[in-house]
Design a protein around this ligand. Structure first.
Ligand code: AMP
Length: 188
């Protein structure tokens, strides 16, 4: 099983590329943001619990995310690969992911990061707010999400560098150009 983590700040284009990668390689795309948004829009108990946290651009608790991921893995144990998009986002999540994968005889295969300038990220996130009406894409919330990324998520780069699993691709250019660079690294 190929376990790919698509890594990068909010607005880097992880969602778009994750869908394309999953389609090309026949892997399961798992976006924790999409899972959580669906819970919120269906007003499930979990959705009601995380709504305000998400709308403020903060991170949902590690315990909830780990629970969600465990159930995704158990439900999809026949797939031949995963593209994780938006998870892990904290060191604790990364460590718990390793433990969970190990329990199932698996490990992280590759961490592929999309590198995008901060000004470009803000521009893209503001545009997405207009196009999709995402409540967590207002200017204030965007700032929060980038702060969360720098504070909690960026340290994962060192975690995966140490394991020699981390690779970077420049995330600015056409969707197809970026996609082909990602595919090249995956196929190495
Ligand atoms: P995304 O669509 O990946 O940007 O996720 C949208 C929001 O969902 C984030 O701003 C967080 O509030 C929450 N979220 C998604 N994935 C995670 C995660 N791995 N850990 C904590 N919160 C998450």
């Amino acid at each position: 099983m190929f376990n790919l983590i698509l890594f990068g700040p909010p607005g880097a284009g992880k969602g778009t590329q994750a869908v394309k990668i999953a389609e090309k390689f026949g892997w399961k795309h798992v976006s924790t943001g999409d899972i959580l948004r669906a819970e919120v829009s269906q007003a499930t108990p979990l959705g009601l619990k995380v709504k305000s946290v998400m709308e403020a651009g903060h991170l949902v608790s590690d315990e909830l995310l780990i629970e969600i991921m465990e159930s995704v893995f158990v439900k999809n144990n026949t797939v031949n690969g995963f593209v994780l998009d938006g998870f892990p986002r904290t060191l604790n999540q990364a460590e718990e992911l390793d433990k969970m994968l190990l329990k199932h005889g698996q490990k992280v295969s590759l961490v592929l990061a999309l590198e995008v300038d901060e000004a470009e990220l803000v521009k893209r996130l503001l545009k997405r707010a207009l196009d999709q009406g995402r409540k967590d894409d207002t200017e204030e919330v965007i700032k929060n999400r980038l702060v969360q990324y720098h504070h909690h998520t960026k340290p994962l780069i060192d975690y995966y560098l140490e394991k020699n699993l981390y690779r970077e691709v420049y995330g600015q250019g056409s969707i197809e150009e970026i996609f082909s660079q990602l595919c090249e690294v995956i196929s190495l």
